[in-house]
Write a protein that binds this ligand. Sequence first.
Ligand code: ZN
Length: 410
Amino acid sequence: MSLDPAGTVMARCATLATVSEEPDRLTRRFGTAALRDANAAVAEWMRAAGMTARQDALGNLIGRYEAEQTGAKTLLLGSHLDSVIDAGKYDGPLGVLVALACVQRLHDQGRRLPFAIELLGFADEEGVRYHTTYLGSQVVAGTLAPAALELADADGITLAQAIRAFGGDPGRLAESRRSGDDLLGYCEVHIEQGPVLEARDLPVGVVSAIAGQSRIAVVLTGVAGHAGTVPMDLRRDALCAAAELVLAAEALARDTPGLVATIGQLDARPGASNVIPGQVTLSLDIRHQDDAHRERALAELRQRAERNAGARGIALDWRIVQESCALACDTALTERLARAIAALGYPLLALPSGAGHDGVAIAALTPIAMLFVRCKGGVSHNPAESVDLADVGVAIDVLGRFLLELRTED
Ligand SMILES: [Zn+2]
């Protein structure tokens, strides 16, 4: 007996989860044999759904389902097929396979739409191997800096070499840039990677915006000293100053709707139980879907850190390591997704994405929209990643309906 569409998506996610660089966990980085095998498997499923399938000069997989008539516009769907190290089954592949299930349904019904569908399986979103996020989607959008080709992985293999070994052509990446002229937009289905939909008891939600992000490297320098002999009022303890910053960041984020702040790394030196910490290095990650809010929070936090450190005689070094602006999803496309959710009888929730996605790069090319699917406990980048069969069914129905909505309006 053949599986229903959601069952097929789940089974295929499970199959792809075995296509790994490592024997007992899922790791599928750019340019590896595992990614080649994953592309081959998905290409076969694409062809079975009436699509043509090919790889571009980087190694992105592109399936195409033609429109009723030639010369029609094209809608992009997709997500990524690479993974983090020790990944879950759904981050990336779910979006590709839900979209594929919708095309399969059209194909089974012998139905064509007034627009073509291109289904993209991006070859590198996570950036694990070359520390460049959105490598795949940047090639499609034509925004990848040529200097990236010289980046080397941990084994000294350059990106250009990896592309060649993968069957691509680093000299022809520019030709893989998708023209935006005939595009209707891009829509991506993805697991939420957070706990909000679960807390609201909703299978899916629309994404309002992808949060902007600042990463700061902070160094607090005081004076190391003997834990037994230096009196408390004469200490310049860098870790105590760091502790104030950690709690100030938490308090500010709690008081600012939509702001999240995280100190994920903290290193105290010299790091001995009987020595007062003389220097602390820490990371600060701040995100908000509104850039002005993020910038204001950052300025306020820096001011507080300077004041607190100054009062302790501690020097503060504050360096912005990385910054990306927030990206709003397209109102019209998102409204159509919302209507599809309402038509199926589900309450509507719009939520920002705290994580980055390929849509950030594709937005340079065409308007984007995203549909989030509930995942258990909000867990992702972890083998415990889990989604419900029924929720996958809802995602397929919503995306399918969205395609028909576009049909009636274009
Ligand atoms: Zn992802």
